[in-house]
Design a protein around this ligand. Structure first.
Ligand SMILES: Nc1ncnc2c1ncn2[C@@H]1O[C@H](COP(=O)(O)OP(=O)(O)O)[C@@H](O)[C@H]1O
Ligand SMILES: [Mg+2]
Length: 255
């Protein structure tokens, strides 16, 4: 039975996609059966895995809007054990088109249900907004991983995300819990980075991941080569940090 996690934070550029791709690759390399769902119209997770969004016939858009079966849309990736439900630019319209549909918040959850037995983990990357695409991801998930960039004091922006998670928990998906906050892009030379770490640990004493992801040039290069960090630059500080995160993620997995 698959465990389902969404990466969410309505702020862009905080490491959602990097974390989704790196975590999925880590889990797949350890023999887990993993599905990555790309719910961002920008399709960064899709292209980070070396898949050209312009060459895809179908995407998660078709699953949400035209009720295509997921099987028709799934693609295998170059990472053994990792499949992808790709995004495409058409998904940009889905936030609006979904409004008209009944059960608009449950489209992704329903579409993923037939896949629960095929995967150990389903990881959903979300766009930088709290619209219906992100709501669909939260409704489909057991837990949320919240990446926070160690470059801005995040707490104000997080309040809105926490409210949304609480609303989904209350009225749409009582399963949903916060899996953990992951601090990313840490630069030990800056004061702000140390302040963010303190602040986050104070606000989330029980669910801040111990692992902190440092700023790493290799992490910013990997998407252009269509490879996860673990294969693009396995010895880099970024790869080591995401290995440590993957280990911590598995070790603290909910029973
Ligand atoms: N730890 C890191 N160090 C350096 N660059 C990073 C790191 N994590 C992500 N990046 C880069 O920063 C940009 C934003 O990250 P991304 O994961 O796409 O964020 P989001 O999905 O939240 O918008 C991308 O270009 C990515 O390659
Ligand atoms: Mg992204």
């Amino acid at each position: 039975m698959a465990r389902i996690y969404a990466l969410a934070n309505q702020k862009g550029g905080v490491g959602k996609t990097t974390t989704a791709v790196s975590l999925c690759a880590y889990l797949a390399a350890r023999g887990k059966r993993v599905l990555l769902v790309d719910m961002d119209p920008q399709a960064n997770a899709t292209s980070s895995l070396g898949i050209d969004k312009n060459e895809l016939e179908n995407s998660v858009y078709d699953v949400l809007i035209s009720s295509s079966t997921v099987d028709a849309v799934l693609v295998v990736t170059s990472q053994r054990g990792l499949d992808l439900l790709p995004s495409a630019p058409a998904l940009a319209g889905a936030d609006i088109e979904l409004i008209e549909l009944t059960g608009r918040e449950n489209k992704l959850a329903n579409a993923l249900r037939p896949l629960h037995a095929q995967y150990d983990f389903i990881v959903i990357d979300t766009p930088p907004s709290l619209g219906l695409l992100t709501i669909n991801a939260l409704v489909a998930s057991d837990g949320v991983v919240i990446p926070v960039q160690c470059e801005y004091l995040p707490l104000e922006g997080l309040a809105q995300l926490l409210q949304t998670i609480e609303m989904v928990h209350r009225s749409l998906n009582p399963q949903l819990r916060i899996r953990g906050v992951l601090m990313t892009m840490y630069d030990p030379r800056t004061r702000i980075a140390r302040e963010v770490v303190q602040d986050v640990r104070r606000q989330f004493p029980r669910n801040t991941f111990r692992t902190i992801i440092p700023r790493s040039v290799k992490l910013s290069e990997a998407p252009s080569y269509g490879e996860p960090i673990g294969s693009y630059a396995p010895d880099s500080s970024g790869a080591q940090a995401y290995d440590a995160f993957g280990q911590e993620f598995l070790a603290t997995e909910w029973q």
